[in-house]
Design a protein around this ligand. Structure first.
Ligand SMILES: [Zn+2]
Length: 438
């Protein structure tokens, strides 16, 4: 064989695998009247971001597949006239598109275009939160229909609504892709899509009922879980801690998701609920400082709940933020010089326990994280640590300023992993302190 032929062939062989890896994978799609199902194999991925665009609706959600085989169905509730749906799948950091696909939608068999008078003076638009989205009511006399345009950070939709005989409009809008306590904007539009009025409300949240406590390896241990912040902060002035000089005033600023735009307070509340249930299943007794988004407590009040509940340990759950950085990872803060902290444990013991928590978290979720992930800091900076009369840690569970961790912190599978990691940390600390002897 002459080299003249061999070299182009070698080049081709070298180029082929690269081209294959660079092009995004096709998604297998099947479109029905009001849903599209999808399937795509993306080995080496577990959490990804799925986005779709259809004629009257768009949406995005984090999808999870432990084995890289992503399958599911997306409901298309507002595209009854047919058209095309486009799906794309990206990494959570938004930096790589891994797969895409398009499918034609059949028109719904009972689809009829809205007709008649579709403009007038809209009055009394009111929104009320529901667990599924929002409920709306408004009046617009003499109209046959109007359009509603709804949007949140996760989904949008445009659809006609029809009045009762008295000209009153009312109904419920389901927003299944929208996270709890996320803002929803509802606009009332004329048939020609002129905005007539608009209003905003948050999607509702209700804490799930507590799991049943079982006998287990944590039986005899009482844990206070303190979900950081609350939906709306308040100005408070609190002494720094017993035996410490000074005070803090103002509101504690909270993190907000760079992509989800969720408040730290709701994300850590959801994770706290997963932790509560995990601890109960392992035999612990659990005291919660708050179970709603609205409830406001000062740091000292939080510590008092823990003391009144007879807690052996208090875990204060937070999420971090660092503007303009892509920092990820855990941090654990323990108190140092307050009289209460000194009575609980000396600094080396506190550091050892903090490292147990960090290591347990890293082990449980560390599959995609770097080794250097996680820091233990002993400091006097947190009022809510200084006033704790029991073993106490503030745990920063990840950075909401980094898209990947922002999305993960709101995903139930990841939330459960955090809960299991924290429960393991509590177990090791309970052994170390001699609260349990196994
Ligand atoms: Zn916080």
């Amino acid at each position: 064989m002459r080299f003249g032929k061999l070299i182009p062939m070698l080049l081709l062989l070298l180029l082929l695998p690269c081209c294959h890896a660079c092009s995004d994978a096709g998604i297998e799609m099947t479109a029905g009247e009001c849903a599209v199902s999808y399937s795509v194999d993306l080995p080496d991925h577990d959490f990804l971001l799925l986005s779709f665009t259809a004629p009257n609706e768009t949406g995005k959600k984090v999808i999870y597949a432990p084995d890289g085989l992503f399958e599911g169905e997306i409901a298309l509730r507002y595209s009854q006239a047919g058209g095309k749906v486009k799906l794309t799948i990206n990494t959570l950091d938004g930096k790589r598109q891994l797969a895409s696909g398009t499918a034609a939608l059949p028109a719904a068999s009972d689809y009829q275009e809205a007709k008649g008078k579709a403009s007038g003076k809209v009055t009394d638009l009111r929104l009320e939160e529901t667990l599924g989205g929002v409920r709306y009511t408004f009046s617009c006399a003499g109209t046959d229909y109007l359009l509603l345009k709804v949007r949140s950070r996760q989904e949008t939709a445009l659809f006609p609504v029809y009045p009762r005989e008295d000209g009153q409009y009312s109904g419920e809008i389901e927003m299944p892709l929208t996270y709890a306590r996320t803002m929803i904007t509802v606009q009332v539009l004329s048939g020609k899509q002129t905005v007539l009025t608009e209003a905003q409300a948050r999607k509702g949240y209700e804490a799930p009922p507590a799991a049943e406590r079982q006998e287990g390896r944590l039986s005899g241990v009482t844990v206070c879980i303190d979900p950081g912040h609350s939906e709306n902060g308040r100005m408070v002035n609190e002494p720094l801690g017993p035996g410490l000089q000074g005070s803090t005033s103002g509101t504690a600023g909270m993190a907000q998701g760079k992509e989800t735009q969720r408040k730290e307070s709701i994300v850590v509340l959801e994770i706290s609920m997963a932790l509560r249930d995990e601890l109960l299943r392992q035999g612990a007794d659990v005291v919660m400082t708050r179970e709603t988004q609205e409830q406001f407590l000062t740091n000292q009040e939080r510590c008092q709940v823990a003391a009144d509940g007879g807690a052996d340990i208090m875990l204060r759950l937070h999420a971090d933020t660092r503007a303009g950085s892509t920092k990820q990872g855990f941090s654990v803060y323990a108190p140092l010089h307050s009289d209460y902290a000194k009575a609980v444990a000396d600094p080396p013991a506190y550091r050892a326990m903090g490292e147990m928590l960090i290591d347990a978290l890293k082990t449980r979720v560390g599959y995609a994280l770097e080794d250097k992930y996680g820091l233990v800091t002993l400091s006097d900076q947190f009022v809510g640590n200084n006033w704790a009369q029991m073993t106490c840690f503030l745990v920063e569970l990840g950075f909401m300023s980094t898209p990947r961790e922002d999305y993960l912190l709101s995903h139930p599978v990841y939330q459960q992993r955090l809960a299991e990691g924290l429960a393991q940390g509590v177990y090791e600390i309970a052994q170390y302190r001699g609260w349990i002897t196994e």
